[in-house]
Design a protein around this ligand. Structure first.
Ligand code: YXS
Length: 266
């Protein structure tokens, strides 16, 4: 049973997550289907992609499927996991992807929105990145996403606190491009984003998106030792007890009892 629907209207591909029963969690299946639909839109010569979600209980997407986070000591956010592949696919598909958000966005879904080229949201939308709540170590590419797009101060607040930020706040820090009343969201998307995309040169836009992708990677050369140190920190977290406690406590619906110490990383 498919978790995603897609429809092309006037050269725009509308890709909609339709697994609200499970809060549109970014399960392996959801990620694979979204990647297929991104490729489909490009192959069909669309000039843009809108990423939407069927919202239930106010949730646009609850992020990575916590049931699929590994407990065998393997890296939950390794280069090859489907969610990470999806984030890169959104950044690599050579036409603009616009997230249209009318609910709460959590964890990896926040990184998914940040990977899109633009975000339009309703006033009641919120955005939260929550690895610290769950005892999960985030990965370098994801951290750079937030630092580059929001600045270090907001990135620290979002990662350290794991608390949702409101749409207005997200607009002020450049996380999203435009906020609208829920009932006007589609019209604002159409008038201020999709109509210009249809009018402009998709050849030029695609070249600029490809250039952005190359340039956004240009400034992130770090030494091999630094990269190894980053990965060592991550391994100590996902290989430790807090990571397992974070997942178990969430699924058992109880507050986590974290015992890890910052000095464990020295
Ligand atoms: O107990 P049942 O079977 O009814 O299932 C519960 C939840 O376990 C389930 N559920 C999830 N299952 C897997 N993965 C998820 N991300 C997830 N979120 C929720 O949905 C059923 C109803 O949940 P409940 O009772 O909490 O509903 P609620 O209306 O009170 O609250 C809705 C949420 C979304 C605010 C709440 O479920 C929540 O805070 N979910 C977790 C959001 C989150 O922290 N996601 C990050 C996942 S990890 C991730 O994305 C990255 C790896 S990272 O951590 O690095 O960002």
């Amino acid at each position: 049973m498919s978790l995603v629907s897609k429809v092309i209207k006037d050269r725009i591909c509308y890709v909609k997550m339709e697994n609200s029963q499970h809060f549109n969690c970014l399960s392996d299946q959801m990620c694979q289907e979204l990647m297929e639909d991104l490729s489909f839109a490009y192959e069909q010569e669309c000039v843009g992609i809108v990423l939407e979600a069927e919202v239930r209980k106010g949730v646009w997407s609850a992020g990575h499927d916590i049931h699929e986070l590994p407990l065998d000591g393997s890296d939950p956010l390794s280069f090859e996991v489907p969610m990470e592949q999806l984030l890169r696919a959104v950044q690599d598909v050579p036409i603009p992807v616009i997230a249209c958000v009318d609910g709460t966005v959590w964890g990896g879904a926040c990184d998914l929105c940040l990977s899109c080229d633009m975000i339009v949201s309703s006033k009641d939308a919120t955005f939260a990145i929550t690895p610290a709540k769950l005892g999960i170590p985030y990965n370098a590419s994801g951290l750079l996403h937030f630092i580059n797009q929001l600045g270090m101060n907001k990135a620290r607040e979002m990662f350290f606190l794991g608390m949702p930020i409101e749409a207005e706040d997200a607009l002020n820090v450049g996380l999203i491009n435009r906020v609208a009343d829920k009932e006007e969201l589609e019209a604002v998307l159409e008038e201020h984003f999709l109509q210009p995309l249809r009018r402009n040169s998709v050849l030029s836009i695609s070249a600029i998106k490809r250039q952005f992708r190359i340039l956004s990677r240009a400034s992130t050369v770090i030494s091999a030792e630094s990269f190894e140190r980053i990965n060592d920190y991550r391994h100590k977290v996902y290989g430790g007890e807090d990571y397992k406690e974070g997942i178990r406590s969430f699924l058992e619906k109880r507050p986590p009892q974290y015992k890890g110490k910052a000095s464990d990383l020295d």
